[in-house]
Design a protein. Structure first.
Length: 342
């Protein structure tokens, strides 16, 4: 498997990205990673890898490219001036069949990544716009795919219905769910609630549910995301991005509050020692790092967006997400669903 990596994207610099890439390569001897960025800089970072990560250095291939897309860049700037950036070179390489790359991963500017991906790779037949999706941990050790997370701030009814098909295909191919449970995020479960676009989307999704595309559950509220009763929750990008960032902040705050409560008194400190394994597991399960790696669904090839602030471990999980999608041929599964729809 060969995956392209944008080394110059992300808030924590290239070291965190290269270390995360090396960890993924060290864990999987069949993985080759092409690292796009200024070659001398990339080689220097690879030469400083600590053991045992240095053992994977031979499968980290530098690919020369200019500096990254600026964090403040717009999609229009990326399309006009970003053709020589590490992000654009990575995506052009992915779109070139002669390069035999399977996927691309970047922690860079989201708007630029969506725009450049559409130009270099195109979307699947029938898909108007790609959507960003990630898995959110839910009760009973389940997870729920939330989309869109920011690629489309304002989405008409037809686009919301497309998001539902994409999310259902993700749940089917990656999680092996035969009929994913899909819902539309709204301010209430009643049929009269929500905007006209949401009500129109609900009509379309009920028709999809009736022909067996997925198990459509109607409207859902924000708390239903964590209930374990849904596999896919659909919304526009503005709402989805706010929900995702709120979830990440809440998870961190809850773990800190539980630890503070245990340590507030002597008896609490004693209880904390006994409860430490449970707290450690809770922190691991709620840690947003483990769920890093949002999929750009609807593109002709696999592109994964890492959180911009991801550390080494977070970027490692983004690469793992890309590998999982390659193994399940996610674009192929999405294309099959569109062809099968009446």
């Amino acid at each position: 498997m060969r995956i392209a990596v944008d080394v110059m994207g992300g808030d924590r610099g290239s070291q965190a990205i290269i270390h995360g890439a090396a960890r993924a390569a060290q864990e999987d001897p069949g993985l080759v990673l092409e690292l796009f960025g200024p070659c001398q800089h990339v080689r220097a970072e690879i030469s400083r890898l600590p053991q045992p990560l240095a053992a994977a250095a031979s499968r980290l291939i530098p690919r020369d490219a200019a500096d990254g897309v600026p964090a403040e860049a717009t999609a229009a700037w990326a399309l006009r001036h970003g053709q020589y950036t590490s992000m654009a070179c990575m995506l052009d390489a992915l779109g070139d069949s002669r390069r035999q790359l399977d996927a691309a991963v970047s922690a860079g500017n989201t708007a630029a990544l969506v725009a450049l991906s559409r130009r270099s790779l195109g979307t699947l037949p029938g898909v108007g716009r790609p959507a960003i999706s990630t898995a959110i941990p839910a009760r009973r050790r389940r997870q729920c795919y939330l989309l869109d997370l920011g690629a489309n701030v304002d989405s008409p009814a037809r686009r919301l219905a497309d998001f539902a098909l994409m999310g259902a295909a993700m749940a089917q191919s990656v999680d092996g769910l035969e009929r994913p449970r899909v819902a539309l995020l709204n301010v209430g479960a009643e049929a009269t609630k929500g905007s006209a676009e949401l009500r129109d989307a609900d009509t379309i999704l009920r028709r999809y549910g009736a022909v067996g595309a997925f198990d459509y559950r109607g409207y859902a509220e924000g708390g239903d995301l964590y209930s374990g009763s849904l596999d896919v929750l659909v919304c526009d990008g503005l709402v989805g991005n706010a929900v995702l960032k709120s979830s990440e902040g809440l998870a961190g705050m809850l773990v800190e509050r539980v630890q503070e409560a245990f340590e507030a008194r002597l008896s609490g400190r004693l209880a904390s020692l006994l409860a430490r394994p449970v707290l450690r597991r809770l922190k691991r399960e709620l840690d947003p790092v483990r769920y890093n790696g949002a999929s750009l669904l609807g593109l002709s090839r696999i592109v994964v967006k890492s959180h911009g602030g991801a550390h080494e471990e977070g970027f490692y999980y983004a690469i793992r997400r890309a590998m999982q999608e390659v193994e399940h041929d996610l674009p192929g599964r999405l294309a099959e669903r569109w062809q099968a729809m009446p």
